[in-house]
Write a protein that binds this ligand. Structure first.
Ligand SMILES: NC(=O)c1ccc[n+]([C@@H]2O[C@H](COP(=O)([O-])OP(=O)(O)OC[C@H]3O[C@@H](n4cnc5c(N)ncnc54)[C@H](O)[C@@H]3O)[C@@H](O)[C@H]2O)c1
Length: 273
């Protein structure tokens, strides 16, 4: 019996994952390597952080760890050069590196909108919006010259809808001036239309560009936050950190060959009501 080709096959594909030392980037890289892809993990302070994140797994043949700052075109060009020397031009790019203000961030980062620091706005926009733009220029530009590829831009439900500040009411009752800040939302909205722009721009060159929108991932958040957040999720819980891997595989493979300019939402139903 002849086995039909697997549309989700990613074997041998060179995939760049920015922010690949973080909670989700590590998952994407592992899932891709596990299916035979060759993954270039591009992140900051690689030498100091890689052992703690990947341990012995990093010696696996499918990984290449490359220093790269998404806010610097020169740094990304150096990263591309190293990746090309090792494996040739990338096939896919997962624009995953980003800054958020976690609930435990410094007081000013999570204060009222009127006092949100301009410097914090600039930093978040620089990594989350300009960083995606620069990585698309450098890695996406190379993919377009090769005439094929897939770009996956990671966004958030907070790029589609506003954070519900009522979730954080318990912190304000405790005396803090806590609000989920604005820059993250604005930066993730920017990603959605950068995706559409590039999807149409590069369609004639065989490069597909899509957004993956995620909701919150469980990471030992405090009980009161979990209660408020999960009440807003039809599935009643936060995502497990491995639950987005399938969508990344889908977009790196030919299973998504007719998809470009789209936004794939994995949010447990958060934006459905
Ligand atoms: N974790 C969640 O709950 C959640 C929810 C929705 C969307 N997302 C999105 O998923 C993606 C991954 O999130 P995460 O939770 O794994 O984040 P994380 O903070 O664990 O990892 C982010 C990684 O990006 C890297 N990074 C930051 N600035 C960089 C720069 N200038 N150059 C290169 N790398 C840089 C960091 O070093 C880090 O390794 C992000 O785009 C995030 O916005 C996450």
């Amino acid at each position: 019996m002849i086995t039909p080709p697997d549309p989700f096959d990613v074997r041998g594909r060179v995939v760049v994952v920015t922010g690949g030392l973080g909670q989700l980037g590590r998952q994407f890289a592992g899932a891709l390597v596990g299916r035979g892809a060759q993954v270039a993990v591009v992140d900051l302070d690689i030498a100091a952080r890689v052992d703690a994140t990947y341990g012995p797994e990093k010696a696996g043949l499918g990984y290449f760890f490359v220093e790269g700052d998404v806010t610097s075109r020169a740094s990304l060009e150096r990263a591309l050069q190293q990746i090309e020397q090792r494996w040739g031009p990338p096939y896919a790019l997962v624009n995953n590196a980003a800054l958020d203000s976690p609930p435990g961030a410094a007081a000013g980062e999570n204060g009222p909108f009127e006092e949100y620091p301009e410097a914090s706005w600039d930093r978040v926009m620089e990594v989350n919006a300009k960083g995606v733009f620069l990585a698309c220029q450098v890695f996406g530009g190379r993919m377009a010259r090769a005439g094929r590829g897939s770009i996956i831009n990671i966004a958030s439900i907070y790029g589609l809808v506003s954070p519900d500040q009522r979730i954080y009411e318990y912190r304000r009752r405790g005396g803090e001036a806590f609000f989920k800040p604005v820059a993250y939302s604005a930066s993730k909205s920017a990603v959605l239309n950068l995706t559409r722009y590039l999807a149409t721009y590069w369609a004639p060159h065989g490069v597909r560009v899509n957004t993956l929108t995620f909701a919150g991932v469980f990471n030992n958040q405090d009980e009161e936050f979990l209660k408020g957040y999960c009440a807003k999720v039809p599935l009643g819980r936060m995502a497990r950190e491995d639950e987005y891997n399938g969508a990344v595989i889908f977009l790196c493979s030919d299973a998504s060959s007719y998809m470009t300019g789209s936004n794939v939402v994995l949010d447990g139903g958060f934006t459905a009501w």
